[in-house]
Design a protein. Structure first.
Length: 264
């Protein structure tokens, strides 16, 4: 059975890993917690040092960059092969309703979680700038989105874009109501054709960056199977469709539009 590691997250984006039973032969100085990116090309090594109750502890400060993606956690004793870690107790309370300062020009998010195979991994996001989705309002034929931007100024020229997943050059604009760093927008489903549409914010208008709208600032690593929103039936110039929002496997906000069969 893999060794378990408890995780504590702090509001700045740092993580602390505690291993209660590192196994025989584990001594400080030659023992590391290893995070390996799923691409197989990147690795972060963190020294495990003595903590209370015979535990070994590794710290991943918010100042240490962890590129975006999924990172698998291992314990390595001396020169032996790294062994996968199992998830222990996760204290993620500081991630709930987290409001980062954005002073560094980016938002860093790290959420530890247990995989379907019972292993410990960390989902990391590094967004510069970032548009955080907040409340979603489901209307009869539209979607209302409220949110906040980090790392960039929200100007009066701001607007939103819905870009077709299969045809990114197909763009539908949505008006944005700015309020300092907060924004509100409404997506009218009647203007969308069948397919998946990804939501982007243009906080400075056409001359500024294009920022993916996502929901990252909480303790849920994978929102797609947890956050479920109703679809509505809308008449369009192309016929009736069912439309509704969802979060992707990267926790980005998108809208899916499906044609309604005439036999229904």
């Amino acid at each position: 059975m893999p060794t378990g590691a408890d995780c504590i997250a702090d509001s700045a984006g740092g993580l602390t890993f505690d291993i209660a039973d590192p196994g025989p032969g584990a001594t400080a100085g030659d023992t590391h917690l290893v995070l390996r990116h799923r691409d197989g090309l990147q690795e972060v090594r963190l020294p495990l040092t003595p903590a209370a109750d015979g535990r070994l502890r590794a710290a991943l400060p918010s100042s240490v960059e962890l590129p975006e993606g999924r990172w698998d956690a291992y314990a390595q004793l001396a020169d032996s092969e790294p062994q996968r870690l199992a998830p222990g107790l996760n204290d993620l309370r500081s991630l709930v309703d987290r409001v980062p300062s954005g002073a560094r020009g980016h938002v860093a998010v790290r959420i530890p979680y247990g995989t379907k195979h019972g292993n410990l991994s960390v989902r990391s996001w590094l967004r510069a700038p970032h548009a955080e989705a907040g409340e979603l309002r489901i209307g009869k034929g539209e979607l209302g989105v409220r949110g906040q931007v980090y790392g960039v100024e929200l100007t009066p020229d701001a607007y939103a874009e819905l870009r077709g997943r299969e045809e990114p050059e197909t763009v539908v604009r949505a008006e944005v109501i700015p309020d300092q760093a907060r924004f509100g927008l409404t997506v009218a489903y009647s203007g969308l054709t069948e397919g998946v549409w990804d939501l982007w914010l243009r906080p400075a208008g056409e001359t500024g960056p294009r920022v993916r709208i996502a929901r990252l600032l909480d303790d849920i690593a994978d929102k797609k199977p947890i956050f479920s929103y109703p679809t509505v039936t809308v008449e369009t110039a192309y016929g009736p469709v069912e439309a509704g929002p969802y979060y992707t496997s990267d926790n980005d906000l998108s809208v899916t539009v499906t044609a309604v069969s005439s036999s229904q």
